[in-house]
Design a protein around this ligand. Structure first.
Ligand code: MN
Length: 265
């Protein structure tokens, strides 16, 4: 088996080394990831400037590693479009420094790397550790990643679906187990910070406290990890709200003549 490993924290992040090492028992491992931290870059595709790819030294023996100049999804795309010659069986992304739960998924470069794989018809799993500290310990999350790949769940993923995994910040023996859950509800505690540059012009930072969220609603990723469980959430790239589709159809939108403005106020 040949596993492609990417992330958004950058090729030198400790989480990607832990994940690559955890994948080695399955066979061949190739790492391709942004040269620098690209967290919260979302699903960016670089179209208007060249991509650079360089081989880089990697702290795990037996792993070929490359750094790219742009985004996590660019990294996976170039690998799957032919930069990596050997056929790839599975793409894993992470282990991210910090959770990717709830609405985080729309910001996440970690999850977007997995989405890119799914777009190119490769099974993909995103792994995140619910610990944003610089000295976070990835060993339990790496053991969980190895276990999840060994289970072969990725072979059962339907088209356009990835598996999103969040691991609580606990030693392996204190993790209570696994919960298959839906996306929870994040709360972003962002504030707009306005400052003045030396020329008198305002500039802005999106600052504030780290995101929080509802950890009390049972059956969500936030609830599972808060209670010491690994969360497993299958994520579909079809973002359609089907219930709202039916509601719009019931409003008779499809029967309207284009340009007709209803007379009601
Ligand atoms: Mn990150």
């Amino acid at each position: 088996m040949h596993i492609l490993v990417s992330n958004d924290d950058g090729v030198n992040a400790p989480g990607i080394a832990a994940l690559a090492e955890a994948m080695l028992p399955f066979g061949q491992v190739t790492v391709i990831a942004p040269k620098e931290n690209r967290s919260a870059i979302g699903h960016r595709k670089t179209m208007h400037k060249p991509l650079r790819i360089d081989p880089v030294p990697f702290p795990v023996g037996g792993v070929r590693a490359y750094a790219t100049s742009e985004s996590p999804s660019d990294s996976v795309a170039v690998a799957l479009l032919g930069f990596v010659k050997d056929p790839i069986d599975l793409v894993v992304s992470g282990i991210n420094r910090g959770a990717n739960m709830g609405q985080d998924l729309t910001y996440s470069g970690t999850v977007s790397a997995a989405f890119e794989a799914v777009i190119w018809h490769k099974p993909a799993i995103a792994f995140s550790l619910v610990d944003h500290s610089e000295d976070a310990d990835y060993s339990a999350a790496a053991a969980i990643a190895r276990q999840i790949v060994a289970l072969g769940l990725y072979r059962e993923l339907p088209p356009l679906t990835l598996l999103n995994v969040n691991v609580p910040p606990l030693p392996l023996e204190q993790i209570k187990g696994f919960k298959v859950v839906r996306q929870g509800l994040r709360t972003y505690n962002d504030t707009l910070i306005t400052r003045i540059d030396p020329y008198g012009r305002p500039y802005y930072w999106i600052g504030g406290e780290a995101p929080s969220g509802d950890t009390t609603e049972e059956g969500t990723d936030l609830w599972a990890t808060h209670n010491g469980y690994v969360s497993l959430t299958p994520i579909h790239l079809d973002m359609t709200n089907y219930a709202m589709m039916r509601q719009l159809q019931a409003r008779g939108i499809e029967q309207l003549k284009p340009g007709d403005i209803p007379s009601q106020t």
